[in-house]
Design a protein around this ligand. Structure first.
Ligand code: URA
Length: 239
């Protein structure tokens, strides 16, 4: 997918955004104010994947704009990065009522959008925030307490990528000692951004999904000439 020109990948991302805005694949669409598709640098080598929009995200239609987002930005600055340099998405694009945990059926329904985002942005490193993103993208039931801070390699959306599991910033706001763990893990993340992917070995060659997401099928069959301004804004396709 990275063979596609950057401009084409942006167009396809905007088409995916439009598709997500009309999504009724699960009952969460009934209660949403806005779809929270994701935002950031469409060419980012680092993508964060959180859990689901909360109250403020649902209101604004943007990911991580509340207190957890402030902590995420502070942690990013600590390793010399700004929010606009990375891409930020969630497992779910719509807010679960009362911020309850995502349900398995909701995760399944929304997964094609995330996989297509990964395919189009094509990050070398994916930082999973909390249990839901980590279990989904590592295809493992090992919890975040056991796996945080240790990079893994997985084939996701058609390509081998680093996956760095991290505590969710919201968990760190509730349990302050986790902030120190997060700071340490962000240092390891900074190292990882400089590290080459290790050579493939047969045992790690499994895929999270088939890489052809399904969410992008209409995107590929009905190309648009240019990215719409609203889509470009949401995606933060900075100049
Ligand atoms: N928590 C998440 O997992 N995602 C957001 O966008 C905001 C808070």
């Amino acid at each position: 997918m990275s063979e596609l020109p950057a401009e084409r990948r942006r167009e396809l991302l905007v088409e995916l955004l439009r598709e997500a805005r009309g999504c009724c694949r699960c009952p969460l669409h009934e209660g949403r104010t806005k779809v929270v598709f994701g935002m950031g640098n469409a060419d980012a080598s680092l993508m964060f994947v959180g859990e689901a929009p909360g109250f403020h995200e649902d209101q604004q239609g943007l990911p991580f704009v509340g207190r957890a987002g402030q902590l995420l930005e502070e942690l990013l600055r600590g390793i010399g990065l700004e929010r606009r340099e990375v891409f930020i998405a969630n497992v779910l694009k719509c807010r679960p009522p009362g911020n309850r945990d995502p349900l398995p059926a909701e995760i399944e329904a929304c997964k094609p959008f995330l996989l297509r985002q990964i395919e189009l942005v094509d990050p070398r490193v994916i930082a999973t925030l909390g249990n839901f993103a980590t279990k989904l993208l590592t295809r493992s039931q090992r919890g975040i307490g056991a796996v945080h801070g240790t990079p893994q390699v997985h084939e996701i959306a058609g390509r081998r990528r680093w996956v760095m599991p991290l505590y969710h910033p919201a968990a760190a706001l509730r349990t302050p000692r986790l902030v120190d763990e997060l700071r340490l893990d962000f240092r390891a993340l900074a190292e990882l951004l400089r590290a080459p992917l290790p050579a493939p070995v047969r045992s790690d060659a499994f895929a999270v999904a088939d890489g052809s997401s399904g969410a992008g099928s209409s995107a590929e069959s009905e190309p648009q000439a240019t990215a719409a301004a609203d889509g470009a804004l949401q995606l933060g396709l900075f100049g």
